[in-house]
Design a protein around this ligand. Structure first.
Ligand code: NG6
Ligand code: CA
Length: 500
């Protein structure tokens, strides 16, 4: 067995590479957990992870929406380097080239059993998906031995689970068809039949009705296979727990990718009313409960000590993301992005600065770290953790920040590019947002985008809320950071070829 040099500090006994459980919440903001200031909702399981692990104050998703974040997470490449990596429809083809080194393929090569359970949203098939046959390429082709997925999002058709490339509970006599262009079949739509809805849209989301909720896109057929939103968290958690149980004798990597707290927020009835914040708060409680189930499973099987758990989120928070669930009205003084400006879709910090906790009992000292770490770094960092070489051309934006993740170093990466509707460069304490066209506020969701015709420069150390634009006071820094950003874009990669 190969022991990873970086894992073992001099003088300490060698540790074997641990199991890895990556818990990935959807649209959960920095301030949505009670270990980071939330009081109108309690998250005891996530707080337990924070108490037993290392909580990062500068942990980032790679982008402020789902698809590009997940693309970067799994490939170690910033998504803006590739066309077609924006928020995908449920009919999109797989956007990850199966030939590249990915987080799961690297871990599979390192001997791990690999699984994805939950939201996928990276496309499936190669252009024209037949939902009634074997759906490939998909998770398996990019490195996951086992998959049980929501193909796109909870608010996009098709509203079915796909297990290892096949729709679960599909009745061949009721084949599934999906379209994002034209209406198909005769299922009612939310636009025509609002009286059939149990939750109404606020913007978009008015096509095919599934389980009393209208979605983005049209689907017909597959009635027996359609999910019930209220049962989704239990269904996914059950599959995740089962994967852990079945692989307890083997080293495993589980990417557990929640639907919560994305819209539509329809938690199981046992969570309804558990916060004063309506479905969004209750979905947080449900999501925390799922996290607790994973931690209990590791405890019960005696796996807690040799399992590295990462808890994080794919992008920042949003209140009204298209359904009338009262999220904005009921938030009260709750600050979903914590102290940060903006949220989902934004290039202000609220877009990508998310909860980020690493727990590995006995190896990672509990505490708080201000090291800058990004989800795009997990690939290079886990290569180091497992002693796998990282081919030079692989994961071009992934830095080995393992010492920061394990708490051996107080510094992570020295810069990063943040992706909202436009890009921003963060260098140490400074953040530069080049001039960019577009509305200053995304009116649908009522979130500041960070777009402005003027350059913006913020000192994140003294002004983490990005309130005081220092661009006019520091023209030299603005020029230098603009040049650096251009160079990083031109180079096609940010990890130097010589970097280990
Ligand atoms: C937007 C949807 C939003 C959400 C988002 C993707 C509308 C009006 N809004 O287009 O509801 O689905 O896409 O979210 O359709 S993400 O977290 O998967 O990136
Ligand atoms: Ca998301």
């Amino acid at each position: 067995m190969v022991l990873a040099a970086g894992v073992v500090p001099a003088g300490e006994p060698a540790l074997q590479p641990p199991n890895i459980v990556l818990i990935y919440a959807d649209d959960l903001g920095y301030g949505d957990v009670s270990c980071q200031g939330a009081t109108r909702v309690q998250t005891p399981a996530i707080d337990r992870l924070a108490a037993e692990g290392l909580r990062f104050t500068r942990g980032h998703a790679a982008a402020a929406t789902c698809t590009p974040s997940r693309y970067a997470l799994l490939t170690g490449e910033y998504a803006f380097r590739r066309k077609g990596t924006g928020v995908l429809p449920g009919s999109a083809a797989l956007i990850i080239d199966p030939r590249r080194t990915t987080l799961p393929s690297l871990l599979r090569q390192a001997g791990y059993a690999t699984a994805v359970v939950g939201k996928w949203h990276l496309g499936l098939g190669d252009g024209d998906i037949d939902w009634n046959g074997l759906i490939q390429p998909g998770p398996r082709e990019v490195g996951f031995d086992y998959s049980f997925i929501i193909p796109a999002t909870g608010d996009r058709v098709p509203c079915v689970y796909v297990e290892n490339g096949r729709v679960v509970n599909l009745d061949p006599a009721d084949p599934i068809r999906v379209s994002y262009r034209e209406r198909i079949g005769d299922d009612p739509t939310g636009a025509e039949h609002p009286e059939l809805l149990k939750m109404r849209p606020s913007h978009g989301h008015d096509r095919t009705i599934v389980n009393g909720i209208s979605r983005i896109g049209y689907m017909s057929g597959g009635h027996a296979a359609r999910w019930v939103d209220e049962e989704m968290a239990d269904t996914l958690t059950e599959r995740a727990v089962r994967f852990i149980e079945e692989h307890q004798q083997q080293r495993f990597f589980l990417y557990f990718s929640y639907h919560d707290i994305h819209v539509p927020r329809v938690p199981h009835p046992r969570f309804v009313g558990s916060t004063p914040m309506g479905p969004r708060g209750d979905a947080i409680v449900q999501m925390d409960w799922c996290t607790g189930r994973i931690l209990e499973t590791l405890d019960r099987l005696g796996l807690t000590g040799n399992t590295l758990v990462i808890f994080t989120s794919d992008n920042g928070p949003v209140l009204d993301d298209g359904y009338q669930d009262g999220a904005a009205e009921l938030a009260g003084f709750h600050r979903p992005a914590g102290p940060f400006r903006g949220g989902k879709y934004s290039r202000y910090e609220g877009g990508t600065r998310v909860p980020f906790i690493v727990r590995w009992p006995g190896r990672v000292q509990p505490g708080v770290s201000d090291a800058l770490v990004n989800q795009v770094d997990l690939l290079a960092s886990f290569a180091r953790l497992t002693g796998r070489p990282l081919p030079a051309e692989a994961a071009p934006d992934s830095f080995d920040v393992l010492p920061a993740l394990l708490g051996d170093s107080a510094t992570g990466r020295d810069h990063q590019i943040e992706q909202g509707r436009a890009l921003a460069l963060c260098e140490g304490r400074w953040k530069y947002l080049p001039p960019a066209r577009g509305p200053a506020v995304n009116r649908n969701v009522n979130i500041e985008t960070g777009l402005s015709p003027e350059p913006q420069l913020y000192d994140l150390r003294d002004d983490p809320a990005e309130r005081h634009n220092l661009a006019a006071a520091h023209p030299d820094r603005v020029r230098a950071m603009d040049r650096r950003l251009q160079a990083l874009l031109q180079a096609g990669r940010s990890r130097p070829l010589s970097h280990p």
